[in-house]
Design a protein around this ligand. Structure first.
Ligand SMILES: Cc1cc2nc3c(=O)[nH]c(=O)nc-3n(C[C@H](O)[C@H](O)[C@H](O)COP(=O)(O)O)c2cc1C
Length: 185
């Protein structure tokens, strides 16, 4: 069974470690899983209910289509001030509407993240899980990927080179295949 995953980085930064982690996931995806990275987060306007009432702006429609066409989403995000980076939260707010009929409803998901410091994105991952309760998004429970002190795990081109982390990521993705299959009819 083929599984299409929309990969969503929570950072806009060119040299983002979390983009690097997502690139590694694309590279290490198990047979039968294809991860397509969504790159339009920076184009999404600030959420405004008045704008929503007139219809989704083009970048929002593109993002919703990317999520809708995928069987699952994989978010790779940094933590900003103990929470979800604004650009990512803003995109999720758009994606969450219309409530009850959103592209996030009953969509399998996985969250991962890495930080140069010691936190390893643990707090942002819990914050995202809380948001996904309302949207009824089925976030994989275990295993988790929250990587502290991550900078040395990548080479100068941003490729994840640390073997232990690559193995861990591989197992995470294999578990994600099983998780997504649970919800496929
Ligand atoms: C506005 C801002 C807030 C941050 N807050 C946190 C934080 O709460 N916890 C943390 O571990 N790192 C924090 N950092 C550091 C980020 O983890 C670090 O910049 C990381 O490299 C960002 O991810 P990226 O490499 O994928 O862009 C913050 C960085 C910025 C710019």
């Amino acid at each position: 069974m083929s599984i299409r995953v929309a990969g969503i980085p929570g950072s806009l930064r060119e040299g983002s470690l979390n983009k690097g982690l997502l690139r590694a996931a694309v590279e290490l995806a198990p047979a039968g899983m294809e991860i397509k990275t969504y790159t339009g987060l920076g184009d999404i306007p600030p959420y405004n209910e008045d704008v929503f009432a007139k219809g989704d702006p083009e970048p929002v429609a593109v993002m919703k289509a990317a999520i809708s066409e995928a069987d699952a989403i994989l978010i790779s995000t940094p933590e900003y001030n103990y929470g979800v980076p604004g650009v990512l939260k803003n995109a999720i707010d758009w994606a969450s509407r219309p409530a009850g009929k959103s592209v996030l409803n009953r969509k399998p998901a996985a969250i991962m993240g890495c930080s140069p410091g010691l936190g390893g994105t643990i707090r942002v991952q819990h914050a995202l899980r809380q948001t996904f309760v309302f949207t009824e998004t089925y976030v994989m429970v275990q295993p988790e990927i929250k990587i502290p002190s991550a900078a040395p795990l990548f080479d100068s081109s941003g490729r994840l080179t640390d073997d232990n982390t690559r193995q861990h990521l591989k197992k995470f993705l294999e578990a994600f295949v099983v998780w997504v299959q649970r919800f496929k009819s």
